[in-house]
Every structure is written in C-alpha cells, then in structure tokens.
Design a protein around this ligand. Structure first.
Ligand code: SF4
Ligand code: SF4
Length: 439
C-alpha cells in the first residue's frame, strides 16, 4: 500500500497531463545568458571575470564566499559582456554575469561529456567533485549540496532519501528525468550514499508516476540497501519532513532538521547532477524544467542552460496566448508569481508556469470565518489562522510556532476565505528571525 504522512495535506488538481508524457527536449543554445551570482540558499558567489574576458562552457565565473556558498560556472562559451545588476526571478535586481555565446559550446578542459564510469573504490573524491560542480538542491530549495552532505560530527545520519515525489501540480521534470535517466540517477544515489556513509537508502515516488517507479526499480535492481517506496499522491508529499515521516515513520521535532532524526533528503535532479559531476566532471550548468500552463502554446519538459532568458524559452514553446494572466517560477503551491520580465533560469528553477484567467483565478480575500479547514490541512500541526492573525497585527514576537511552517501553502489552498496565509507566515517568520537576532 502507498505510504503517506500522518497529518494534514490537500489534493489540488494535478494538471500534469499537459507534459507528463512528453520526453525531455533540449533547448537550442541561447545567444546570450545572464548568470546570477546568487543561486544558492547561502552567500552569493563573487564574480571572477570581467567584460571582454573569453570563457568556456563549464569555466568558473564565480567563487563561493564561505562554506555555505557554491561556485558558479559559465553555461556557454563566448565573451563576457557585462558584470552588472539584472532583474532575476528572486524578485530584485541582482549581480549577474552576462555572456554572449560564440555558438561553439567549447567546454573547459577536463569535462568528459560522454563519461559514465564512477570509481566507487575512491569515495573520498566524490565530495570535492560535488562541491566544485556547484551543486544545490534542485527541487527548488537551492541549499548547497556539499553542506547537506557534511553534517556536524555529533549528528549521526543513517538514512538517505531520494525525493522523487514531485507533488507540486503541473511539474513533471523529475518524473521525466526518472523515466529517461533512471540509471544515472541510480548511480548518483550511490555516490550521495557513499559520501554520507549510509547503507540505508530510499527513493520516494508518488503513486501517480508508475512508470517512474518501474524505471527506478529496474535501475536499482541488485543494489543492496535501496528501496523504491511508493507514496500516496497527496500534497505536500515531497516536503522533506513529510517524506521522511511517510518513508521512515520518523518525525522531525519542531525547530529541528531532518539530520536530527538521522535523515538526509536529496532531490532526484540533484542525484542526476551528482552523477554528472563525478562521472563526467561536469559542473551544474544546465537543468531539466517543466514549462506548462494553459497560456503557453506548447507545454514541454526542457533541458535548459542556466542563465537562459525567459524569452528564449517562451519562443521555443510557441509563445504565450493572449490569455496570459500569471507567470510563476516554480510550482503553483510554493513557486513565486512574477511580473513578466526576461529573467534568467537558475539552478533551482523546477518549472515555469503560464496561467490563463481560469488557472490564475484569484477570488477576493475576506475575513476568517473560523471554519478550521486550515488546521485540518496543515501537515505540521500548526494553527495557520491564528498565526496569520498574529502576523497581520504585527505581533511578530509571538510567532515562535510559525518557525515550524514549511511554507507548503496547504492552508491557503484549503481556506474558503482565500486568506493569503503563506504570505503572512513568510512575513511573520522573517520578522520573528529579525527580532531574535536583535536579541
Ligand atoms: S501553516 Fe505552513 S506548514 Fe502549515 S499548511 Fe500553512 S504553509 Fe503549510
Ligand atoms: S481556513 Fe481560512 S477561514 Fe477557515 S479558519 Fe482558516 S483562515 Fe479562517
């Protein structure tokens, strides 16, 4: 029977039929890329190139600043045009390196694009390779992978979980990656397990992707200590804490991290990137993402270079319809709605959604009717209506409980009053953190 988490959760329409059977296509090389230095949940990288410098694909163009930071690489060969502030999907102008492609896609020395062998007798080489490749969590969180793989000495990790749940509606990039590249993901899983030194590994996949389950089971047949677990299709099945509970029955206590219950969770896209980093010495300069929604003419799963401007993707997908009302980077539940601007794809862009009027339908917010549906929907056992009230009234010091919110959006989805609970919770959390820092 499909496993699931204990509390809360919602069932938004899946809307995956637009792309789930479409094989991954590769976007033609962009003529120019704009590569943000801030691409991980840590310190932005520092640019190491200047205008007029010639660069090769895979060359480092940004050095990490500190341990919780990742290097950034050129995603095309060509010439640096600018090192300047550009609009990005993060919502603000941020420091980027603009490169004009020479169309040759000449890779930096050492990269072996056809490589596939991994020497498991030398696992000590894995972590430096993953760190050099600039890997981040590719499910959307963008936490530096090398940091997650190096828990503090007093924390004992015994379990690695590969997250193939892809519970966000519309998104099918992880699904297609598992169907089309199961063998590479399986090797990536073993690389990550070797770095962590764990012998117990799982792959969690929702039961709406039976072909991905079959592909991963086939690829992992005969590998000891690995189980492909079928999880019930229920949002937010792919949230780390919920996936851990579904698969191991362990509950991450409030204020703690997955490693405190002995678990590390990595996305299947990250496992694929880990394979490429070790077997091919290839830095993270491209990713697979889903382009979908009813206001894009040809929804697709696409392999795209990091830094590719949105306009190139829209053109390759046949353009938008006149009905475009909303643009979202990420999934509809946790992604970010943006003003239409030619912003670049980053390492953590799992999807780009183009919604028409019906999909974007926003009903006016009205007052809380104390129905309790948000409580029932919250997988973290919180009281979202009360936390929302506290944030609305600026009582940020009373929001300690909100720190356990995973920002999944289930409460907001369930709320008949259409209260913008996630916005309030995000605001409340950041203000609470600020007050804590002030002491
Ligand atoms: S309060 Fe946070 S964790 Fe709970 S449902 Fe809302 S967004 Fe999700
Ligand atoms: S679901 Fe909405 S209306 Fe109902 S209690 Fe929660 S915030 Fe209030």
């Amino acid at each position: 029977m499909a496993r699931t988490f204990k509390r809360g959760g919602v069932h938004p329409p899946e809307e995956k039929q637009l792309t789930e059977r479409k094989p991954i296509e590769t976007l033609p090389l962009p003529k120019r890329v704009v590569i943000p230095m801030a691409q991980c949940l840590g310190a932005p990288a520092e640019p190491t190139v200047k205008p007029k410098d010639a660069v090769k694909t895979g060359q480092r163009i940004g050095e990490p600043k500190g341990f919780v930071s990742t290097p950034v690489h050129a995603s095309v060969s060509g010439v640096v045009k600018k090192v300047d502030l550009f609009p990005t999907a993060a919502g603000a102008r941020s420091l980027c390196v603009e490169i004009e492609s020479d169309g040759k896609d000449e890779w930096v020395e050492g990269v072996d694009l056809a490589g596939g062998d991994v020497d498991f007798a030398k696992p000590d080489a894995f972590l430096p390779a993953l760190t050099d490749a600039g890997l981040v969590g590719m499910g959307g969180a963008a936490f530096p992978t090398h940091v997650k793989l190096k828990p503090p000495k007093d924390v004992k990790v015994d379990t690695l979980i590969l997250n193939g749940a892809e519970c966000e509606p519309y998104l099918t990039a992880d699904h297609r990656l598992m169907v089309e590249h199961a063998a590479e993901i399986a090797t990536g899983l073993q690389i990550l397990a070797a770095v962590l030194g764990v012998e117990r590994t799982f792959v969690g996949i929702e039961d709406n992707k039976p072909d991905a389950v079959a592909a991963m089971r086939k690829a992992l047949a005969g590998v000891l200590g690995v189980e492909v677990v079928v999880c019930r299709t229920r949002y937010p099945q792919g949230a780390e804490k919920q996936l851990i509970q579904s698969i191991t029955n362990r509950e991450v206590p409030p204020g703690k991290l997955p490693m405190h219950v002995g678990c590390v969770v990595q996305n299947v896209g990250t496992a694929f990137a880990a394979f490429e980093a070790v077997a091919r010495r290839k830095p993270l300069v491209e990713r697979v993402l889903t382009v979908s929604g009813r206001a894009i003419r040809e929804p697709k799963n696409l392999r795209v270079r990091v830094g590719t401007p949105l306009g190139d993707i829209v053109a390759f997908c046949g353009g938008t319809t006149d009905g475009l009302r909303k643009l979202i980077f990420g999934g509809p539940m946790m992604g970010k709605a943006l003003r239409y601007e030619d912003v670049p794809v980053v390492k953590s862009t799992s999807g780009i959604l183009f919604f028409d009027r019906q999909e974007a339908a926003t009903v006016e917010e009205f007052s809380c009717i104390r129905c309790g549906r948000c409580l029932e929907a919250c997988p973290q056992g919180l009281v979202p209506c009360d936390l929302g009230d506290l944030a609305e009234h600026g009582l940020y010091d009373k929001l300690a409980d909100a720190m356990d919110c995973v920002e999944c959006g289930s409460c907001q989805y369930a709320c008949p009053a259409r209260r913008l609970l996630v916005h309030l919770l995000r605001l409340g959390k950041s203000e609470f953190r600020r007050l804590q820092k002030k002491g």
